[in-house]
Write a protein that binds this ligand. Structure first.
Ligand SMILES: Cc1cc2nc3c(=O)[nH]c(=O)nc-3n(C[C@H](O)[C@H](O)[C@H](O)COP(=O)(O)OP(=O)(O)OC[C@H]3O[C@@H](n4cnc5c(N)ncnc54)[C@H](O)[C@@H]3O)c2cc1C
Length: 659
């Protein structure tokens, strides 16, 4: 039997007000195997850790239980203290008597009984613990950033500036993301492209950044520090190396089509660059629209190209890259207005969404910044802005707040009033969420200086009557029904994850929440890490947020990557699955269950008594295994075990709980 020490933490009043910590430590003193037990006010404090170290050394303890808060909080603190005292850190176990006991019970007597029972169970686990040793794993110091919006570019530039190579993959032909489509930005009303283009230009020329636009990650394997990814490079049908960006092809191309970049507000040619400041400033041919691809005739671009760089025969190709870390920065889209039946389901030309408004307000947009309504190009005299169009709406399965709409709606209303001084701007809102530096003041400016009319209430319906748009709603402050005839209606539609986020999540084995945004490892303490080691998150891929918050979070993700790359090798957690090859029957039931693809079959020689047998067994890739334990649950022969959470340990804990 091991010599075990038990330390019960008061956590100030957090635990001690509900659990009788003195009684718990007294009772544990008499428990079989426990050599030492005591309680202390704050075990995580310096003196608390010193107490643990001294007690381990003085009593030659062989294992310890710390009954305190969640292991998420201080497991590493107590393990480090034990290690400093010469005890293998994996001989330390935490009993969570705060989140799982004191915080969830009010009856002190019952809570104390529960705490004592849980501590005893942990003592049983420690009795069966063994020394575990982390392994060194190699590290490829190159990062893959997925998404070339402001978040992805920020990560790429930070990591590249620290001296590490970056591959930036963007699905569109150019970088910039949604910010490249914005007109001016709240709360300062700087022109978006004035603050964005220095960044895009820097990304384009940075010697440590390899830019792969028009590309997507289609496969990922490997693990923390050592991933291999396959990137699909879609054809542009133009040799970008040869192209000099003269754009004669775009000018002369006879085929006009709707521009995705303009969100249906403007046209482009079948061979084009999305916008004048695009990086890379190189055209691509839209295969579905190009006359040559459709009919075999035309080739106007070939005729006018001075450097002979049109390549109709280009095919997509796959490139493979070895990288150490991945940052997902795939951003957001807007809920299609076609899904909002109360606002016309997309059938009215003059009911547009926020991004469409950005394009008509943008100096580089289709109307050169003059706000005109799409149906007839006239300047609207009355605009109604509707916030929370699809957000904070259970019926649309989007109960969350899209966070940026209150601010950009105020901006839109302001931009309009700056152009059409005698026009009417009415905003329907549920409540105004303007929590940011200078944000509340910005909204007040819209109301007080620019005379934007804010009406609290939801809009019931938008419809057309005698060729005019009618907005029907309720002003909940006056309890009056409101009917407004509008020339233009702008919907602040819900922010949703990028269309490809789910597939990307599956490819990278990174989880998404109920709405498709990427899940962080811990909402407070690890907000830029995903649950998959080595994969980090930046920007709106994780949740809706504005540019300042996106840039801060992206800088955080970059710092995580740089910290990771500052080491010569990585250290893996030894609490991973292990196979007892003697009893593994090679059924491989565990293989499809493993979410990290860490299990593979292997033929090995097994010595049983005097004979040596060749058998197929399961093997674990320790770099890939995240220690979730799914395989040990699936293993019918009991050959699969999780180090630090062995079947035997868990059974002993259960026995102690049931006694
Ligand atoms: C109407 C409107 C107005 C706004 N105005 C303001 C404002 O004034 N001020 C402000 O602070 N914020 C504003 N915002 C918010 C701002 O747009 C975002 O904060 C910012 O764009 C988020 O950047 P991002 O890089 O996270 O995402 P994005 O800009 O969406 O960039 C993501 C990039 O990833 C790419 N991508 C997606 N999936 C993949 C994939 N699988 N593979 C490769 N690439 C992929 C996308 O093509 C895109 O280029 C506004 C938002 C809206 C909707």
């Amino acid at each position: 039997m091991k010599k075990i020490g038990v330390f019960v933490c008061w956590c100030g009043l957090n635990i001690s007000s509900t659990v009788d910590v003195g009684k718990a430590s007294e009772e544990l003193k008499n428990y079989p195997g426990v050599f030492y037990a005591d309680d202390y006010k704050y075990l995580c404090s310096d003196p608390g850790q010193e107490l643990i170290k001294k007690t381990i050394i003085d009593n030659k303890l062989e294992g310890i239980v710390v009954a305190a808060c969640s292991p998420n909080m201080h497991e590493s603190t107590f393990r480090a203290a034990a290690e400093a005292a010469g005890l293998n850190p994996y001989r330390v176990e935490i009993t969570n008597i705060r989140e799982q006991t004191s915080w969830v019970h009010s009856n002190k007597e019952d809570a104390t009984i529960k705490a004592i029972q849980l501590i005893k169970a942990t003592v049983e686990k420690v009795k069966k613990s063994e020394d575990l040793f982390p392994q060194q794993i190699p590290l490829t110091k190159k990062v893959l950033v997925i998404g070339g919006g402001i978040s992805g570019m920020t990560v790429a530039l930070e990591v590249a500036e620290a001296g590490y190579p970056v591959i930036l993959v963007e699905k569109e032909p150019q970088i910039g993301g949604n910010m490249a489509k914005l007109s001016e930005t709240f709360p300062t009303l700087d022109c978006a492209s004035c603050i964005l283009t220095p960044k895009t230009a820097e990304v384009g020329r940075h010697s440590n950044i390899t830019l792969m636009t028009n590309s997507e990650v289609v496969e990922s394997s490997g693990y923390f520090g050592n991933f291999t990814v396959k990137i699909k490079r879609k054809p542009t049908f133009v040799d970008w190396e040869k192209c000099i960006g003269c754009m004669l092809c775009q000018e002369k191309c006879p085929k006009k089509t709707n521009s995705d970049f303009e969100h249906g507000m403007g046209k482009r040619k079948a061979i084009s660059v999305a916008f004048p400041q695009a990086i890379p400033y190189r055209p691509i041919i839209n295969e579905k629209e190009c006359i040559y691809f459709k009919t075999g005739k035309c080739k106007m671009c070939v005729k006018v190209c001075p450097v002979d760089c049109i390549e109709f025969e280009q095919l997509e190709n796959i490139v493979e890259e070895n990288i150490g870390a991945i940052v997902v920065a795939s951003g957001y889209e807007l809920l299609p207005k076609e899904k909002l039946s109360e606002y016309g389901q997309g059938k009215y030309a003059d009911v547009i969404d926020g991004m469409q408004f950005e394009r008509i307000a943008s100096a580089s947009g289709p109307t050169e910044g003059v706000i005109r309504r799409p149906s007839d190009g006239k300047i609207p005299q009355s605009i109604v802005f509707i916030q929370c169009a699809g957000s904070r709406d259970n019926q649309k399965d989007r109960p969350y707040c899209s966070k940026i709409c209150c601010m950009y709606t105020a901006k839109h209303a302001m931009l309009y009033k700056h152009q059409v001084h005698d026009g009417t701007a009415t905003v329907f809102y549920m409540d105004i969420r303007a929590g940011g530096k200078g944000y509340e003041e910005f909204v007040q400016r819209a109301i007080e200086d620019d005379h934007v009319l804010y009406l609290r209430g939801r809009v019931a319906r938008v419809y057309e009557e005698d060729g005019k748009l009618v907005v029907l709603g309720v002003d909940t402050l006056s309890s009056e029904q409101v009917r407004i005839e509008a020339d233009l209606v702008v919907l602040a539609t819900a922010v949703i994850p990028s269309e490809k986020a789910k597939v990307l999540g599956q490819t990278l084995k990174v989880g998404t929440d109920a709405y498709g945004f990427f899940n962080e490892a811990h909402p407070k303490l690890r907000p830029v890490e995903s649950m998959t080691k080595g994969v980090f998150l930046a920007g709106c891929a994780q949740a809706p947020r504005d540019i300042p918050e996106t840039v801060s979070q992206a800088t955080g993700a970059a710092a995580k990557v740089i910290t990771m790359f500052s080491k010569n090798h990585l250290v893996s957690d030894p609490q991973v699955a292990k196979v007892n090859e003697k009893i593994c029957v090679g059924c491989l039931q565990c293989e499809p269950i493993c979410p990290y693809k860490a299990i593979e079959p292997e033929t090995i020689e097994v010595r049983i008594g005097h004979t040596v047998e060749k058998r197929q067994v399961a093997t674990i890739n320790k770099g890939l295994c995240q220690g979730c334990g799914a395989c040990s649950v699936a293993c019918r022969s009991g050959a699969m075990n999780l180090s630090g959470f062995s079947n035997e340990q868990i059974l002993e804990e259960l026995k102690a709980l049931c006694l």
